[in-house]
Design a protein around this ligand. Structure first.
Ligand SMILES: Cc1cc2nc3c(=O)[nH]c(=O)nc-3n(C[C@H](O)[C@H](O)[C@H](O)COP(=O)(O)OP(=O)(O)OC[C@H]3O[C@@H](n4cnc5c(N)ncnc54)[C@H](O)[C@@H]3O)c2cc1C
Length: 485
């Protein structure tokens, strides 16, 4: 007998859930086996409890925290999310959305609850100067669809295989942030399912309280189902510059200069770990966009910079290859296994006036043992005024540096728990100089500390949570609001 591929996939995934039994708090696949089961609403998609689906949802890119959910929803449409939110609310089940699971500390996990796998909702529709994007879509798909129309979102994360809902829930920073803010700053409208199981649209004009509580809101008030993102004309080609400096101070001085006058379209920076024969390397990465025919004016772009001229690396590439530039590195890390190891990442925003001293003191203690063989240290600035959304908390200075230690617990490196503890100590030191956490890393943080973190934005955030998720069922893995007693 030959099986249709869909039927084979169905059998491998196990029987879908038919209901939840609140008395035993279990998801039921066979109604005959449960007395007290409450049947599921009629869905376009399905709810699964097979070990593969649960195992994947109990893990993330960090591989540090593992909480097994009770079930996973594969929505066939956004209306399924609304129906299941109402069902979970009635039955006291917690819920979290999962994009690509690239959180590093269990932020998207929920023990015993329902995980909504957003990947089936991945449509991208390009309009005149906006894209209407379902939240499960990857930024790589958004880039391809918009570039086909000669358009592009303004800001990209370094890695394109993250979901739109996932990065809009945290912010979304990249080398274009110094011109255009975070990805959340380019959103003009959202469609969401709130924790009270209503599907709502919101924008700066329509329900601004909800809009401002969802963007960078870490899934506390709603699941994003669709975002309308502003687009710009796309360049055909870019010129990519790697400039090298003798010290942190020399690097950050030039980064501030070029970010201040805006001469490049993109600016980031990386500190390369010492090798046997060299000390730390300090690299400025910058990009100028062009139409492929009239090259950028190198003399103007490099004027007044104090890098080591003999070390400059300059090359042209297509805009998409530039956006997708880390893909080959990711393939390599997958081939060596490094990609799949624990990732106790640390990400903080620092006030510019304290950055050099803080970074210099921090990297003194860093070695391949403390950040891992494939660990990456990033450092780049942007003007605070470009990032406008209230839940993105930043130091109170004109220029901010994003400083990240992307640690990998490689064989021979410190164990992951020691790295997490080191993250915590470094977090406290960064807080003491006015730093704020970019909440995508693995830093143990208490609800009281989150309240302090949100500062003046806390009251509105808490009010939105009470209004839109009155039963507090959404996204407990973020650890922001203390669990109900
Ligand atoms: C290799 C790599 C590179 C990265 N590069 C950058 C970078 O350059 N710039 C940057 O800013 N960040 C970067 N990040 C961090 C990344 O933006 C966040 O971790 C992001 O949340 C991951 O997206 P995801 O789709 O995997 O989300 P998930 O890990 O699936 O979810 C993250 C959180 O968002 C919630 N969530 C997910 N989807 C939704 C939704 N639709 N509605 C409501 N809540 C939702 C989840 O419940 C969870 O709490 C990087 C991460 C990795 C692993």
């Amino acid at each position: 007998m030959t099986w249709h591929p869909w039927r084979q996939a169905f059998l491998m995934a196990g029987a879908p859930v038919v209901g939840f039994d609140p008395s035993t708090r279990t998801w039921v696949t066979d109604a005959a086996e449960s007395q007290g089961m409450v049947g599921l609403p009629e869905l376009k998609g399905r709810v699964l409890t097979d070990p593969g689906s649960l195992g994947q949802a109990a893990d993330d890119f960090g591989h540090l925290i593992h909480r097994t959910p009770g079930a996973v929803l594969e929505p066939g449409a956004a209306s399924d999310i609304m129906l299941m939110m109402a069902y979970c609310r009635r039955n006291g089940v917690q819920v979290a959305a999962r994009g690509q699971g690239h959180a590093t500390f269990g932020q998207g996990q929920v023990a015993g609850g329902l995980i909504i796998d957003m990947t089936p909702l991945d449509r991208v529709e390009v309009r005149e100067d906006t894209a209407v994007v379902e939240a499960g879509a990857l930024w790589s798909s958004v880039a391809k669809a918009t570039l086909a129309q000669g358009l592009t979102p303004a800001v990209f994360t370094d890695y394109l295989e993250l979901s739109v809902g996932g990065t809009l829930s945290v912010g979304g920073f990249g080398g274009q942030t110094h011109h255009h803010g975070a990805q959340v700053d380019s959103v003009v409208e959202l469609e969401v399912v709130t924790g009270d199981a209503a599907m709502r649209r919101c924008s700066p004009e329509l329900r601004p309280d909800l809009f401002h509580a969802v963007l960078a809101g870490r899934g506390q008030c709603a699941v994003i189902t669709k975002a309308t993102v502003r687009l710009l004309p796309a360049p055909a080609t870019v010129r990519h510059y790697l400039l090298f400096y003798p010290s942190v101070a020399a690097l950050t001085a030039d980064q501030r200069l070029v970010v201040g006058d805006g001469r490049f379209a993109y600016v980031e920076g990386e500190l390369g770990l010492p090798t046997d024969s060299t000390g730390w390397s300090h690299q400025l990465e910058a990009v100028a966009y062009f139409d492929g025919t009239t090259p950028p004016d190198d003399t103007r772009l490099l004027d007044g910079l104090s890098d080591q001229p003999g070390d400059r690396q300059i090359r042209d590439m297509s805009y998409f290859d530039f956006l997708n530039r880390i893909a080959s590195g990711v393939t390599y890390l997958k081939s060596t296994g490094e990609w799949y190891r624990p990732h106790p990442w640390w990400n903080m925003f620092l006030p510019a006036s304290r950055t050099d001293a803080f970074v210099e003191a921090t990297i003194e203690d860093l070695t391949e043992t403390t950040v891992g063989a494939s660990g990456v240290v990033l450092l780049y600035p942007f003007p605070r005024a470009r990032v406008r959304l209230p839940l993105l908390r930043l130091p109170d200075e004109e220029t901010i540096f994003l400083f990240t230690l992307l640690r990998t617990a490689s064989p021979g490196a410190e164990n992951p728990q020691d790295m997490v503890e080191a993250n915590r100590s470094l977090y406290l030191r960064a807080r003491a100089v006015g730093g704020y956490q970019y909440p995508v890393g693995a830093i143990p943080t208490t609800p009281e500390e989150w309240q302090t973190h949100y500062g003046p934005a806390w009251t509105a955030f808490e009010a939105a949570r009470e209004r839109y998720d009155p039963d507090q069922i959404l996204t407990p893995g973020q650890g922001i609001f203390p669990p109900e007693p």
